[in-house]
Design a protein around this ligand. Sequence first.
Ligand code: F6R
Length: 591
Amino acid sequence: MCGIVGYLGFRRADQVIISALKRLEYRGYDSWGVAVKHGNGLELIKRVGAIGDVENYSLAEGNIGIGHTRWATHGKPSEINAHPHTDCNNKIAVVHNGIISNFQSLREDLKSRGHEFTSETDTEVIAHLIEEEYRGDLKEAMMKAVERLKGSYAIVVMHVDKEELVAVRYKSPLVIGIGDGECFIASDVPAVLDYTNRVIYLEDGDIVKMWNNGFIIWNNGKEVERKIDTIPWSIEDSEKGGYEHFMLKEIHETPRVIEDTLFEYLSEDIDIDVSFSAGISEIVFVACGTSYHASLIGRYLIEKLTGIPARVEFASEFIYNPPPISRTLVIAITQSGETADTLEAMRIAKKHGARVVAIVNVLGSTATRIADYILYTRAGPEISVAATKSFIAQLIVLYLLALKLSKLPGSEIEKLIEELRIMPEIVRRILEHEEKIEQIAEEIANFEDMMYIGRGIGVPIAMEGALKMKEISYIHAEAYPAGELKHGPFALLGKHTPVIALLIPDETYEIMLNNIKEVKARESLVVAVADEDDAEVEKYVDFVIRVPKTNSVFTAVTHSVALQLLAYYTARKRGCEIDKPRNLAKSVTVE
Ligand code: F6R
């Protein structure tokens, strides 16, 4: 996720901005840049890679400037694509977070009117639009430019002729930091905390004009007052947005991640180019870990919704025994795009003549260079080793892909799409009741073994739930199809082994209840995950984690978010080091 900083005041803007950008490093970035106004010119610096020591850089002296850490979305990481972006005359500089979805048409339009573009980014159109609209009033020009933008954005702009900054927010966060004789604007609080703890969180549609000793906020053309908050956190706390761990913060980012991923591929209808699927007779997913579990859910969706046969292979096994590939589409799923086993599986698949699609989170990663076709998830950087929001983003892409390839009647597809559109709200509702999950976690935190069971789509959800539990709480957690218990795992059940049972509102429901009764007969404590309308399940289990009722296919989202929280609170109760579990790395770059 990109980071924005703007400064006006009495200090050297370059030093303030670079040190503030360092405070946003936790968000992840691949390149960065700063623009400072001096006299009636702009001085810019742009770099790829880490910032390093602030003292290494010195721009011209000036007290107004803007800066940016970039997490590439449109255009690879490079100095040219790094922000700030400028207009044709280098008078206007812009930094931006978010995605401008109509940038291609705007770019063409601006080019036809003589604007010259230097980068591949969506952001650069903003600088040129403001240039077109500028008649001496920067705020007016910004307002007019913004009217033409579709997408999500937090934008800060400066002009060489103005002793001011203008910013606007729509679906991407921005906070004002209020100092004494100085003003800050940033995408997150840590950027300003070295200088002030008085902040204003801007709201969607807010546009703000800032001077070194004041600011005005407008919304919908009217001046508005916004509450000033005093931040009580330390810098370290604030990087986590006040959450105790990145993992919890990232789980809470899920609704926004779903919105961003849907936004990327769903405007009026599903906007995925599936030309890669022409003539294929089967799909093989390759992935590792959590991405492997997303693949299992992908297989379920593809087979259920499209009828195309699909298989899932551990990337590390595919390497030794690639299945015969003829008219096969290989879909590699990887958050980092750098997992060595997955990359090798992709290379082998290509060598065997398969078409390879990558569902990937990190732009410019190695997987994006190997794949024939890329579908990005829009989860933003994930810092906690345990994958949470990126897993849900992978599911969202898989829903969209399966629905796009689906042969279901149009009305049924539309119903599912409508439900997909409300998934951010559904996840918000789960997060609002997380204290109930925390209470249940306290009941199971002292056990050393657990069993997760499900049927149908519940099986891969159970596998991912068990993986989350084991990797961060160090509790031995196994996942089984509920029907398999009687073929061996029953021997493990008893008072010492709680069972997490996933209830899916489909044809598996009744038989799952029977399985739960069998488990109870072995005296295991049972925690069920079930929907709010399910009045039956609580008769048979010890605790129920409730989630909003959805079509059964979307339980992969609802139940998984609940299980992520269960793992998180269990690990927290056990005092584990949640964000960096022992022996694990975020990106596994060795085979
Ligand atoms: C578990 C987890 C790992 C990764 C796996 C693959 O929470 O994060 O199991 O899912 O290492 O990583 P990517 O998706 O980056 O290929």
